[in-house]
Ligand binder design. Structure first.
Ligand SMILES: [Zn+2]
Length: 295
């Protein structure tokens, strides 16, 4: 039921698709407005907010015709009412007195429905799904240029090693059979694990590319191989990894915790998130310009 980037968005039933287009059919987050060319970044919902205008999340469209604005607004209101009715029906079904908390993800229409629910049932608490929030924060961090670039280099490094069987065997010899984690999906959480596993093998990786086995190999003569070898010798590459790991380690911990435990006390999560914030502040210690990149 995520309004962000799921099935019904891809099915294009939303009338706003008449006025918007995707740049990349496989990525439903950046949406281009056909009237003014503005690209919004959080799926069709944010694009609709742009069309309707007057929202704090996004600048309104100046070139959008009045009829389109009204049509889109009506559709959004209808959908929101439907969502609210659905949640309301569920609460009535369970019994108003038995429901004390409703947890939803943080797509804007859920946020609004949650607020309406709290107004209607004052004893009810509505909260965002922490796992979803943390996921989004990490995805955003993954989009920062320095982080994105470091991950790309790391993926090239592991990809190169794992694509040459001989080189892979050489690596296993140097790492005593320890493997590097290869990102399975384009999710930041797995990229994080890749960086972590590369960092653990920093010394061994450097030793491989300084070894006679390497310099005598055919890979050392390939441009791609030389580039990969150079990467492992670059202090900036390792410094960036350390920096990313420091900033994200606590957040990833929280994500894992909320993703896998189902009996968590809310107060405990607040404490963990607070600790994470403290740890991040300590990690970036004094580098104000860097912390502002993140928050
Ligand atoms: Zn526009």
């Amino acid at each position: 039921m995520d309004e962000g980037n799921t099935s019904h968005e891809i099915s294009r039933r939303d009338p706003a698709w008449k006025y918007c287009s995707l740049q990349d059919p496989n990525n439903t987050n950046p949406v281009t407005c056909k009237f003014c060319g503005k690209v919004t970044n959080r799926g069709i919902y944010r694009a609709k907010e742009h069309i309707v205008g007057g929202r704090k999340n996004v600048k309104g469209s100046t070139k959008c015709p009045k009829e389109v604005r009204e049509e889109t607004l009506a559709y959004m209101q209808k959908k929101r009412a439907k969502l609210f009715n659905l949640l309301e029906k569920m609460i009535e079904m369970i019994g108003e007195k038995n429901v004390i908390q409703v947890i939803t993800d943080n797509a804007s229409n859920y946020v609004l429905a949650g607020k309406y629910l709290m107004a209607k049932y004052p004893h009810l608490t509505w909260t965002l799904c922490v796992a979803h929030c943390m996921d989004l924060i990490l995805e955003d961090i993954g989009k920062l240029p320095i982080v994105k670039r470091t991950i790309e280099i790391a993926i090239a490094l592991t990809g190169y090693i794992y694509n040459q069987l001989g080189l892979l065997n050489l690596m296993r010899k140097f790492t005593s059979q320890r493997e590097l984690i290869r990102p399975a999906k384009t999710r930041f959480a797995t990229s994080y694990l890749t960086l972590q596993s590369i960092f653990k093998q920093k010394r061994n990786l450097r030793e491989i590319f300084n070894s006679i086995e390497w310099s005598d190999s055919k890979w050392a003569k390939e441009a791609k191989g030389r580039r990969v070898a150079e990467t492992t010798m670059m202090p900036s590459f390792w410094n960036n990894i350390v920096y990313i790991l420091k900033v994200c380690s606590r957040l990833v911990c929280v994500l894992r915790l909320v993703d896998h435990e189902n009996k968590l006390v809310m107060g405990y999560i607040y404490e963990v998130v607070d600790k994470a914030k403290e740890a991040i502040q300590k990690a970036i210690d004094g580098k104000r310009e860097k912390i502002s990149e993140f928050f």
